[in-house]
Design a protein around this ligand. Sequence first.
Ligand code: 0A1
Ligand code: ZN
Length: 867
Amino acid sequence: MTSTDQPSPPPTIRREDYRPPAFLVEQVDLHIALHPTATRVRARLALRRNPAAPATPALELDGEALTLLSAALDGAPLAADRLHHLPGGGLRIDGMPDSAVLETEVEISPEANSELSGLYLSGGNYFTQCEAEGFRRITYFPDRPDVMARYTTTLEADRATCPVLLSNGNPDGAGELPDGRHWARWSDPHPKPSYLFAVVAGDLVAVRDRFTTRSGRAVALAIYVRRGDEDACGHAMDSLKRSMAWDEATYGLEYDLDVFNIAAVSDFNMGAMENKGLNVFNTKYILARPETATDADYEGIETVVAHEYFHNWTGNRVTCRDWFQLSLKEGLTVFRDQHFSADQGSAAVKRLADVRRLRSAQFPEDAGPMAHPVRPDSYVEINNFYTATVYQKGAEVVRMMRALIGEANFRRGMDLYIARHDNQAVTIEDFVRAMQDASGVDLSRFSRWYAQAGTPELRVWEAFEAGRYTLTLSQSTPPTPGQPDKQPVPIPVAMGLIGPDGAALAEPQMLLLEETEQTYVFEGLPAKPVPSLLRGFSAPVKLSGLTLEQLGFLAAHDTDAFVRWESSQQYATAAMLEMVAALRSQKPLELPEGLAAITAALLDRAMEDPAFAAEALALPSEEFIADQMAVADPEAIHAVRHFLRGALGRRFAARFAALHGDLAESGPYRIDGAAIGRRALRNAALAYLGAAGETARAEAQFAAATNMTDSLAALRVLADSDSPAREAALAAFHARWKDEPLVLDKWFMIQAMSPRTGAAAAEALSHHPDFDLRNPNRVRALVGAFAAGNPAAFHAASGEGYRFLADMVIALDAVNTQVAARMVSPLGPWKRQDAARGAMMRAALERIAARPGLSKGTYEKVSKSLA
Ligand code: 0A1
Ligand code: ZN
């Protein structure tokens, strides 16, 4: 390459290029001698030619950041002319027989691994992360999910610093070695892909419990944490046992090993990982005490513990053929964890939270430069596709499938899927086929949901004459990158008709909109009904066409909690968009009386279901309003929302104050749904009072709080205020919690998301001694929260917010490329901003793109954003 040549862009991997592996691995025996800078990994692979693949003389193995010490085939050292190092770090071995035993030894440095993929050190302890392609950073291997093998793992380390030695499967021996070292052997009877391999070693303590499966298998449960955190594992353990029982009761799926271990680590790229028999968790999703964790944290723990446990069948026993099939395990498993959490408390409130999340994370993704189908067609870096589309939209697609074929057929379909494909690596088509075969329902058209990106838009028209009500529904899906033209998708629309007095005028039913437009006729109605559509959010679409009057009516009268909530949100959205327009033409802002009436009605009924009331009282986010505009106006949106919160707070001050007083907690702290709902409503009232300028209550609550939910809610109000108590409260919080990393994350996050924090203040926080670019939780708490959760500051007209994010991405890309690439997302939708902001966002992207040596993950995000 001459000096003027650009390095060639990293290759695109395409789904259509899938080829079965040339060789399969039957057995893997690993011996890992742990050392911070020089860990030795010996691997013995029993290989066999794959009868299902065209014969090739060479074996290719993936490898990355490995130093090869030796390689032997069937006991004989491999001659140099048969062993070739490949450009990406892999190996090629020529002249392969049909079956062979390959033995390699490599050296790796866990300490040098800031990528947190492969084997790394965190707080002096060893952890691994192998999904998606981290196993190749531990040993040479065909590191792809369709190579499933049985593993034994022998670990060896210093006994004093590494008393705990864990891997997948069941324990299979342990003993002493000279020089203060010891060993332990693990053996996993179930064939698995390499991405489910795990090792945890170090000075950790176990919190233990037991579970007996319904067929009588005794399972020893353990959660490994750092000394001092043992008292913070109760909720995680309880969630695990409830998950195990739920999967037996709901799907007849039992656990399949003698032990189930979880280890918690504070440096982790994601939430948690479902390694076979040895889940590894971000501490954020394990540790909780009332003083340090919020109700949302408790709910997050329950959900993530369940999610990783459920992967044991949907992901591990039946896994993915290739990474394009990621939603096969992720969409299905999110569907399962959502269902589980709904069963634990209020299903309706859980559904609102899930829909809110889908809309805030997935809808924007589907409308932006990285839009992709639930089953993508191509990628550059697979780590960029652990997305809200693959996870949350994937779960919605499974949910719709269940609605179409019915619950009983869905259960039969799950049984068939697992019976057919246990111990196989399969595709999304295999899953759909099982559902189709079990139900007899043709799902070929439905499969478009997996293939087509973009959020379908559903429109409603109505006519009423002489007792005959005609409802016309139409759909269209906007173009997305690489997919200019879309076909209609089958949309299940759960609905009812409501009469003027609020009574149902027809039985609730499920319409199926399969074509671009369909008309449904209802005869013999006594009066013109209001249609209640998409009950329970029966499809992940955008609905429009109802009038403000109808929305107000539904918010007050519908029997479906989702439609009541949705209608009040849609009403508020419409009102806020009008106010943004008013503000832009220099008109004074006023509290819309219709919105005040909806709020009054919500307050009247608030105590019937406090959790629901808290959700319904929250105004749509600034991001959501921006998504409804052709060209966003972050300043005006922020001003409108700020004004409205203040105006509602003032109008209903007495009622909010009464709620806040009445809902004061008495007795011990509890984390059941009722108690969580009461705290949520009480803190919603506190926030409205704060918005109206009344911060005395927040000060008192902050001083007296005995749980983190109340403490943080009060701190948020103070942080968003111009009260003199703001700085003192932030300083007191820091002083009290400076040694609790998960709480310190909250301290960063509150400030990052506060409208009082400008881009310059966020930048200043990145120089705080407690900020750490190597800790993904801390980066998400400051940089992620600022860029995604503080739109007014991020989109500051000066461009400082964009510059700060670009600086952070560039710095991060040298430390942890996965986290760096994730942080690029907020710069993506530059076409949705005005010309000046759009140009500055582009400039920030171009500055990142121009960096020499950029990782392929960050390159993919930046180049697709610029396209
Ligand atoms: N399978 C995990 C998600 C996960 C993906 C990648 C990771 O490291 C790069 C870690 C976890 C889940 O769905 O929970
Ligand atoms: Zn998952």
